[in-house]
Design a protein around this ligand. Structure first.
Ligand SMILES: Nc1ncnc2c1ncn2[C@@H]1O[C@H](COP(=O)(O)OP(=O)(O)OP(=O)(O)O)[C@@H](O)[C@H]1O
Length: 581
């Protein structure tokens, strides 16, 4: 399809403009002004949402004034969003008048052709799931008043399902005919997104004849994109991939067919079904907070603050053995102070590497197979001790409360996760760690915290014999670390030793503070458990032993990562209109 260039005089109101369409960009410059640069508006055609005949208005309500010589162009306009990291997208609208009807038709045809040519990945048909009970229960209203008009303008047809029960969306995606759909839209929070993620990944494995429960196989990516319209009480995945929690911004990313690959962590458990995680998999503090918050659902979103405080006061730590396969440190590091932003070079380079190691390449499948079955034992590192929390994140986990997130330099699509080990420490130290998530201070620059970029993780609980040995000697039992796991290397041993030394001093401190700790614990928990649970993207996994493997770029979202405000500084306006109540 050939894109025709076009240039002519057009009018916007009573001002005269020189308009130019050069394939990739549509620009219009006010003719009678001296400073042309300042009076030029330039829109990439890939960000043109629609071109309509006449004088048209879409939001907040549709109106059309049918005139012979006018046409309206809708496009993406960026605005600053007070307090958040990313940029808001709004629907820009300009109504042009032409000297003749023929010229108007030519502009409409050429603009539409350019959009098709330069923005070929736009969806045409979408399957939309709305959770009517997510967040403030505004999912339906958000979709029908803010999102549907944009889809209609862009010529996208959608099949809408308002869910009537939990897991309906997942079951639909696993069993029903999905032919003809380009993507799935999730109107809800992180829990609803997780349902859709499980449905789509499960479906892709079914169709490829892959047994997803086998940790050694490389999973097949889903061919359907996911769009997230935030309408939950926690919308962390949306925030970490778009930079703002805003339905109009997310809808516009869907309309222009943005594509953001996403790593997924497969969490294998011995006696329970496989789970997938894209944001936080956390044991200890984050598991306890989720378990506690479930008891207080009636409080709404406030339950997380309340439960966080209660669990903090309980001052618990848990024994564990953590084993991990480090990622290549040459490619990136969780402490390199970079941010994964739109167009991230680390993720782009990873695309080639991950595609090269695709499931169809027999040799790479076998090499993965040997890693995960322990044949290639030398790559595993093992540490053991008591932890406040053990967290594995596949993204920064940024949210409005913690704008840089749990692991600020984590990447969305580099095939790795960040393993954060917070060793047992005194209550004040742990508070400092938690507080640093809300500020720009480095939360890893603390003696009891370490972070590793990894490809896979195993977590297990030492047997009671090992725990007893540990209590007596302050050292891990060599019987466990070598004979039972078979993976321990000298490098890991030194890491483990280092922390055990620190841990001993930490424990002495805890013992000295026994009275106030027990007092606090007595206030908020009747009995303290020897093990915690896992928090898997906001779902409780009531088990302790897990094997986790990161699958690079297993999913694609209609998003483009967080846009760098500095790059778009000159074209950004302050938010003028808010459509969201
Ligand atoms: N119609 C429904 N009735 C009850 N539960 C539903 C329904 N549809 C979806 N769900 C479930 O509700 C859970 C929470 O949904 P969602 O994430 O949209 O909202 P939320 O307010 O952010 O909740 P949370 O903070 O608990 O994740 C999801 O796990 C989803 O499976």
């Amino acid at each position: 399809m050939e894109t025709e260039k076009l240039e002519s005089t057009l009018w916007v109101g009573n001002k005269r403009y020189r308009a130019v369409l050069n394939g990739w960009h549509f620009k219009w410059t006010e003719v009678d002004k001296n400073n042309r640069d300042k009076n030029t508006i330039s829109v990439p055609v890939s960000e043109v949402v629609g071109v309509e005949e006449g004088r048209v208005e879409i939001l907040p309500q549709k109106s059309v004034e049918d005139t012979d010589k006018d046409f309206t162009v809708f496009y993406v306009k960026r605005c600053r969003s007070g307090g958040t990291y990313g940029l808001l997208w709004r629907l820009g609208r300009t109504q042009f008048s032409c000297p003749s009807r023929v010229l108007k038709d030519q502009w409409i045809t050429n603009l539409r052709t350019s959009v098709k040519t330069h923005s070929p990945r736009r969806p045409h048909r979408l399957l939309v799931f709305i959770n009517p009970f997510g967040g403030k229960k505004k999912g339906r209203k958000i979709y029908h008043s803010l999102v549907a008009p944009l889809f209609e303008l862009a010529g996208i047809s959608s099949h809408v399902i308002v869910t009537e029960r939990a897991n309906q969306a997942r079951d639909h995606l696993l069993k029903k005919d999905l032919i003809g759909f380009d993507g799935v839209v999730c109107v809800g929070g992180d829990g609803m997104f997780s349902e859709i993620l499980h449905g789509l990944i499960g479906r892709a494995q079914q169709e490829a004849g892959i047994c997803e429960n086998d940790p050694s196989v490389t999973l097949q990516p889903s061919s359907l994109h996911i769009g997230i319209i935030p309408a939950g009480s926690t919308d962390c995945v949306c925030y970490a991939t778009v930079g703002v929690i805003d339905p109009v911004t997310s809808a516009l990313h869907i309309v222009v067919g943005d594509s953001q690959p996403l790593d997924v962590c497969a969490v294998h458990q011995a006696s329970a079904p496989l789970r997938y995680s894209v944001s936080l998999l956390g044991y200890g503090f984050y598991g306890d907070v989720l378990a506690e918050s479930e008891k207080h659902r009636w409080m709404g979103p406030l339950r997380y603050d309340f439960s966080g405080t209660m669990v903090y006061l309980c001052n618990r730590s848990y024994a564990g053995i953590v084993q991990y396969i480090p990622a290549d440190p040459v490619l990136s590091s969780p402490r390199d102070r970079t941010r994964c932003l739109s167009g991230c070079s680390v993720c782009s380079r990873s695309t080639e590497r991950l595609i090269h190691h695709s499931p169809d390449s027999g040799s790479s499948s076998r090499s993965h197979y040997s890693h995960f079955n322990g044949d290639s034992a030398d790559e595993w590192v093992s540490v053991e001790g008591r932890f406040r929390c053990v967290s594995l994140t596949c993204m920064s986990c940024a949210c409005p409360r913690s704008p840089l997130g749990l692991s600020p330099s984590a990447h969305l699509a580099d095939g790795t996760g960040d393993l954060i080990l917070v060793w047992d420490t005194n209550p004040l130290g742990f508070l400092k760690y938690l507080y640093r998530h809300t500020s720009a201070q480095d939360q890893f620059d603390l003696p009891f915290v370490e972070v590793h970029r990894v490809k896979a993780v195993r977590f297990s609980v030492p047997s009671s014999k090992e725990e007893e040995d540990y209590e007596e000697t302050g050292e891990p039992s060599s019987a466990i670390s070598e004979a039972e796991t078979g993976y321990v290397e000298s490098a890991s041993r030194s890491g483990s030793q280092m922390h055990l030394t620190e841990k001993r001093s930490g424990r002495e401190m805890t013992d000295k503070q026994k009275t106030p700790d027990s007092f606090l614990c007595g206030l908020c928990c009747s009995k303290s458990s020897a093990v915690s649970v896992w928090n898997c993207d906001g779902e409780i996994l009531p088990i302790t032993e897990v094997f986790c493997r990161i699958h690079g770029q297993l999913l694609h979202l209609y998003a483009r990562g967080i846009e760098d405000q500095a790059l778009h500084g000159c074209s950004v306006e302050n938010e003028a209109t808010s459509y969201i109540n």
